[in-house]
Design a protein around this ligand. Structure first.
Ligand SMILES: [Fe+2]
Length: 536
């Protein structure tokens, strides 16, 4: 927007700035302006003088917002590019959504100067329509924030940041930027990364937001890649009176419509309507014998997440922990003695418990259960290869039944279904390998995540590079990298073998009809996974 300040006012501000040693922070505080707005003012009116600035002593100030007394305080965080129109459908929905759920919209503006980034080399006939003066869409002006703000004691909104939309990873180098607090980073991409913390500290994540402005990139490699990854979206944050908080990705389709599982609302054409179920609930790894009992109640208990969201499919990764036959512990006689004393070394009993959980507690007649072949399922195959049933009296007959399945399969020329046979579920589809193809809403749910390319170990980053949309587990930590996501875990967060700082979290992946995903991180201590349902 063109400046409408008088010459006298411009001079007054510049004089003040000089008197504060060219410190934008101190001057903007004095004037009651936000820092980035004042930076832009200096760029416009004293660019050359600014180059001679000698810096400042102060670190960027952190603004702390109060916690709600009751209920929750909601924020919708997004970003906007200069000289670019908003996505009208998305913006209409976002403002309407904010009104219905009583959320405060905050927009971080960023400048991507097409004029200074060699646009003269764009392809002939596709040159950009470059405007020299800087402006922002008038719709976002009332919502612009430029501060580093603590929305809660452990969650920072870094609207002060300015990261080029062409950055491959907007979160790189930002893991410690807000200390032990999680960070929300304004950026056109949607990304979620876990940051390992001490076991007694809350889970820490870096989130990037998506944007409310249209795609507007220099048509060269960096810009063309960024255009592909540009998301019309926001991050919904719900801050609770005790300082705990929830964050979920709001991702719009081409029309700007979106769904939110936490408030149970769907936004369509600027109007809110009740969310009618979701497509897939992909649970964090189950590890049934080592499941967190609070998470178990929250997910499958009466009125829990499953019954609330009524997914068409629920996906189980690492359903079986394999504690009774873990190959890593077979030669550890101390561990084996502990299992013996606790009555946990019966393989049959472990699978009986898994089956009962799957077929009774987690079973719903309106939801299809699918058990993905996982690395802990592989334990039973490895046990067959290494154990001696003649000395394992506890498990001998169970092992021999599975051995019969293997021998029969070999004779019939098919792959043995050892895990499915051991689990013997009456209700779920159980995979015994990851050669099947389970694609729902355009997302591949087939893989647990432990096998990667060409026999290597899998990782979310590796899946993201494949170009396919994937939803996996295995990492026990919540990720979103481009089209690849990973749920966390439903197990206890300390299983003994994850020593040191940990990035594990109780995060479930929700896939809506149409394929947009949200990561839902549960709080086992409070028994909550959202700020609350909103009625319309
Ligand atoms: Fe696991």
């Amino acid at each position: 927007m063109a400046s409408n300040l008088t010459k006298k006012e411009i001079e007054r501000r510049l004089e003040l700035w000089r008197s504060f040693g060219m410190s934008s922070q101190r001057t903007s505080e004095h004037l009651g302006l936000d820092r980035r707005t004042f930076d832009r003012f200096v760029d416009r009116h004293a660019a050359e003088e600014k180059l001679s600035s000698l810096g400042q002593l102060e670190q960027t100030e952190i603004v702390k917002l109060p916690l709600p007394v009751k209920g929750c305080t909601r924020y919708l965080l997004t970003c906007a590019q200069n000289n670019t129109d908003i996505h009208r459908g998305f913006w209409e929905n976002l403002e309407a959504f904010a009104g219905v759920i009583d959320a405060q919209i905050m927009v971080s503006s960023f400048t991507y100067k097409k004029t200074s980034l060699n646009t003269s080399n764009e392809k002939k006939g596709k040159e950009s329509d470059i405007t020299l003066s800087e402006w922002f869409a008038p719709e976002i002006e009332p919502y612009i924030t430029s501060d580093l703000t603590l929305l809660a004691p452990t969650l920072a909104w870094c609207s002060n940041l300015q990261i080029l939309p062409t950055a491959v990873n907007p979160c790189s180098g930002m893991a410690d930027y807000t200390g032990e607090a999680s960070s929300v980073i304004p950026h056109t991409k949607v990304r979620m990364e876990p940051v390992p913390t001490a076991m007694d500290k809350p889970a820490k994540h870096l989130y990037s937001t998506g944007a409310c402005t249209l795609k507007n990139y220099i048509q060269q490699k960096a810009g063309q890649k960024a255009e592909f990854h540009h998301v019309f979206g926001a991050l919904l944050v719900e801050v609770m009176p005790d300082g705990n908080w929830f964050a979920r990705q709001i991702t719009a389709n081409g029309k700007g419509d979106f769904d939110d599982c936490g408030t149970e609302l769907s936004m369509r054409g600027g109007a809110a309507r009740p969310l009618k179920g979701v497509s897939v609930l992909s649970w964090g790894d189950i590890h049934r014998v080592n499941i967190d009992e609070d998470i178990r109640r929250m997910c499958w208990g009466e009125g829990g997440i499953l019954d609330t969201l009524r997914p068409k499919y629920q996906i189980f990764n690492d359903l079986t922990d394999g504690e009774s036959h873990n190959p890593h512990e077979q030669k550890n006689h101390h561990a084996q003695h502990r299992l013996f004393l606790e009555g946990k070394n019966s393989i049959r009993a472990e699978f009986d418990g898994d089956r009962e959980f799957l077929d009774k507690e987690a079973n719903r007649d309106w939801c299809e259960s699918i058990v993905i072949w996982s690395n802990h399922d592989e334990f039973i195959r490895r046990y067959l290869m290494s154990s001696d049933y003649r000395r394992d009296h506890q498990n001998a007959s169970f092992i021999l039944r599975l051995e019969l399945e293997v021998y029969t399969a070999i004779e019939e020329g098919r792959d043995p279904e050892v895990y499915a046979k051991a689990l013997n579920s009456a209700t779920a589809e159980v995979y015994s390998n990851d050669n099947d193809s389970l694609v729902i809403e355009g997302i591949d749910f087939t893989r647990h995540g432990h096998t990667g390319q060409n026999g290597s170990r899998g990782s979310v980053a590796q899946f993201a590079k494949s170009g396919a949309k994937t939803s996996t587990g295995h990492s026990h930590a919540a990720w979103i990298i481009a089209g690849a996501s990973s749920a966390g875990t439903c197990s206890k967060l300390d299983l003994g073998y994850n020593k040191g700082f940990s990035s594990w979290s109780h995060t479930q992946t929700v896939t809506h009809k149409g394929g947009k995903r949200q990561q839902v991180t549960c709080n086992a201590a409070t028994g909550l996974w959202r700020g609350g349902k909103v009625k319309v």
